[in-house]
Design a protein around this ligand. Sequence first.
Ligand code: ADP
Length: 451
Amino acid sequence: MLLSLFGLMFWALVVAVPVWIFAGLFPALLSALCVVVFAHMRNLWQLQRMARWLSGTDLLADGRWRGIWAEIVQRIQRLLVQREKQVAVARHRLQRFLEAIQASPDGVTLLDDQGRIEWCNDMAAKHLGLDAQRDLLQHVVHLVRDPVFSKYFAQDAHDSEVLIEGRSNSLSQHVKLSVHLYAFGEGQQLLMTRDITSVSLADAMRRDFVANVSHEIRTPLTVLSGFVETLQTIPLAEEERQSYLHLMSVQAERMQSLVADLLTLSQLEGSLPPGKHEKTPVPELMAQVFSDASALSAVLSGHEGEERGPVHELVFEPAPAWIFLGVRSELLSAISNLVSNAVRYTPAGGRIHVKWSRNTDWVTFSVTDTGPGIAPEHLPRLSERFYRVDRSRSRETGGTGLGLAIAKHVAQRHGGELRIESQVGVGSTFMLVFPASRMEYMDGETSSVSL
Ligand code: ADP
């Protein structure tokens, strides 16, 4: 600036001094004035050029600027480059921030001070049935048409969340959403949505489970306390007393089995999947299962006092010389449940066929009976806790309703599964399928043990 002022004075002097010498003071002053006017006109022209340049789009292009104008343009260009870098960094950060919110398992919707949608992530769009592009600037209450939500939105304070039905409901599943509004900025709001379908399902299952357990325990308890009262108040003949005591012990045993099964289930659910260090010889295990099955079949004959024997044809194929690599008590429990079910549900005279088989990938334990069979609609629910097809037969024979749930858990914990095939009027086959790696061959040549 100072330089250009000196430049102007220099040129005014260069022109005015010779004129002063040759033509006198007045023409000299006039010529100096002409120089100043010329310089001023030139600056006005440059200013106009600059105004045009500033309103253009390509501010970083090289124009032909001189002197102080070149300096001004350079400074503006430097500032522009700096600002562009800052904008790029801010844009990158915003992008990463939005990506992070997109990745959130919860729905996030930003609302302006009027309650209109400014932005929402994909999860919020899915939860609330929104279109992230089309529904921008629409009022959220017009789109989320749920009376509970409308009432909640209209409140002044939103200290807690509310539960509403999700939009991704299908016939088979009702989606439950937890919705919470948080205030931020100047009147804006953050709408958080969370899918709590599985949590509420788990809650409902827990409530059902507690109700079922209470019901299962209450029945024998009521019977027991009735007998106790009778024994206390009515003088009975010895024979009657013995019969009452027998019935009482049956009910007590029922409660014991229920508690034992509940404990087994909770242990199965609460412990880590079993390793392969525990080794159980299959023949020894099957010998125990066979003797238990024979005893149960004899007991179920109901021929009091007579010499009892199994009333079913129990066909146990020779147990293979294998060693199970898993928890012995769990395998015994699973197999015993399947075999005892076959005995309990198959009428006297029926046939129960037990065998092990193997292919390269899997080993299978199967029990086939000639019992009543199970209708297809029951099969998917059969391993649910307390699910029974034949309630009275289950109770009569001391069933707890937990046997198949235990068998399924045991199979899954060992990397396998429980399979059921059944035909009404023909019979059923229950299978425990384990990965072949869970079974190793015994040393030596003993290939099988007959039962
Ligand atoms: P429960 O103690 O009642 O036998 P389970 O979980 O072992 O409970 O079995 C569930 C239901 O499956 C039983 O109540 C019964 O109705 C049915 N079921 C199980 N095994 C058989 C079978 N071999 N034949 C017919 N029905 C069976």
